[in-house]
Design a protein around this ligand. Structure first.
Ligand code: 5AD
Ligand code: SF4
Length: 440
């Protein structure tokens, strides 16, 4: 039996592509191995969102080169966003690479492996979604449903529109059929995936066109799906109907990721985010009003070109005001082919680092304060496995997407109630309520 090894970088979309890649390779008769040097087929699913994503990957590629030199019969394949962003150049710069393909083009890897001549091949045309491939889910009870591909936004810092192409929504009936199939296979938590999920549907033909909130409604009706999540939405498309869906649908989790990026309207304009600080705060107010217990998380970039001390202070103000339950914070990294990379006023690295430290302080302080609202309450937790730091304890997630570590006996895939006793900025601690197991 042939053996493969796959390393994944980047976002959940890539993680999902990798699961599909594993499913496909298994059906082609390949077995997965733990160690890269045991593999006949060495694969990378790459990310290019920031420079450090590139750098991390390049050092792995160095090891693949060494293994390929030791045994030239090995095949080295590179898929995903980095591959797409360098296209054919990849073969010139890294001549030991045999096959390269863009994000989502997993079926092209199969085509390559089944072809007679395994010489350098690149597949970079944007294509339709590559259909129903079998997926090797990391956990049987958590599934992903890719509802669209590509992105029509023009955020000036972001490489994704160049690596993943124009937005295309998948047919709603097809998606519901896939959700039903996953439920039958044991999935109870389903995460809808797209580069910009809440603009879903706008490109569909009139006969099948539905809004994102309608899709959520239909998924909520699928038997056996106890929890629905989605990532990532764009604040500009976070309208009342989506927030209403959170209030109404029992399966839709009380968590909204609302990427802020910057708290300064001047910078938001340069970022081409198409909302202002005020409009963003309106969304937050609407969420707080309709969904008082909702977890709110965000993404923030520091050191965007032209960001002054005053602009940055506005970001801190927003973080202070909103009190996010969690935030992914990034140092701006110029990306090839993006507008922002060519802008004047690039911020020096020491200033970026200073701002990052100041931002983290506020993010963590506010997240810790907000998390105290859970102390003394029971929360529904989906068990994922043993705790990372203490394997005698159990780890899971609340509906608000908080990590919860607790004492108890529950098994992965079970929904249990946990009494919360303590809260930090990162996670909650508690004890399982015995006899509270929620039957699903
Ligand atoms: N530099 C830094 N952060 C970036 N992101 C996207 N592009 C860049 C970049 N060039 C961040 C944004 C986005 C998240 C996925 O990554 O915050 O929401
Ligand atoms: Fe990385 Fe963005 Fe591509 Fe995801 S879509 S793999 S985050 S570059």
């Amino acid at each position: 039996m042939k053996k493969f090894h796959l390393t994944t970088f980047g976002c959940q979309m890539n993680a999902h592509d990798s699961e599909r890649m594993k499913g496909m390779l298994t059906s082609l008769g390949y077995a997965e191995v733990e160690a890269r040097d045991d593999a006949d087929l060495i694969l990378f699913n790459t990310c290019s969102i920031r420079e450090n994503a590139d750098n991390r990957f390049i050092s792995h590629l160095g090891e693949a080169k060494r293994l390929k030199t030791e045994d030239p019969g090995r095949i080295v394949g590179v898929g995903g966003c980095w591959a797409q962003s360098v296209k054919e150049e990849v073969f010139r710069r890294f001549p030991f690479v045999d096959v390269a393909f863009g994000p989502g083009q997993i079926h092209r890897l199969a085509e390559f492996l089944n072809s007679d001549s395994l010489t350098a091949q690149g597949y970079f045309e944007f294509e339709e979604f590559s259909g129903d491939l079998p997926s090797h889910r990391e956990r049987q009870f958590q599934g992903w449903l890719q509802i669209s591909q590509g992105c029509n936004c023009a955020c000036s810092y972001c490489i994704v529109p160049t690596t993943r192409g124009r937005e295309e929504s998948r047919d709603p009936d097809l998606l519901i059929a896939e959700a039903e199939r996953q439920s039958a296979e044991g999935v109870i938590e389903l995460t809808l995936l797209g580069q910009n999920v809440n603009s879903y549907g706008r490109d569909l033909p009139k006969e099948t066109r539905i809004r994102f909130s309608d899709l959520l409604r239909r998924v909520d009706q699928v038997d056996g799906i106890e929890r629905i999540r989605y990532t990532s939405p764009h604040p500009k498309d976070m309208r009342e109907d989506v927030i209403e869906a959170h209030a109404e649908l029992s399966g839709l989790c009380e968590h909204i990721h609302l990427p802020l990026q910057s708290g300064s309207s001047v910078i938001l304009k340069k970022m081409r985010r198409t909302y202002t600080r005020e409009r963003y705060m309106d969304r937050v107010a609407m969420i707080r009003e309709r969904l008082p217990d909702c977890g709110i998380t965000t993404d923030i970039i520091v050191g965007f070109p032209g960001e002054s001390d005053e602009d940055f202070a506005q970001t801190l103000e927003v973080v202070e005001e909103v009190g996010y339950d969690g935030a992914f914070t990034f140092i701006y990294s110029p990306r090839r082919g993006t507008l922002a990379a060519e802008m004047d006023g690039q911020v020096s690295h020491p200033v970026k680092k200073e701002r990052m430290a100041a931002l983290l302080e506020v993010v963590q302080r506010r997240a810790k304060a907000e998390a105290q609202r859970f102390v003394g309450r029971p929360l529904e937790v989906l068990v994922e496995g043993p705790s990372r730091n203490d394997p005698t304890r159990i780890r899971g997630r609340s509906r608000q997407n908080k990590a919860v570590n607790f004492e108890g006996t529950a098994l992965p895939g079970q929904l249990v109630e946990v009494d919360i006793t303590e809260a930090t900025s990162q996670s909650l601690t508690g004890t399982e309520r015995l006899l509270s197991r929620i039957a699903v």
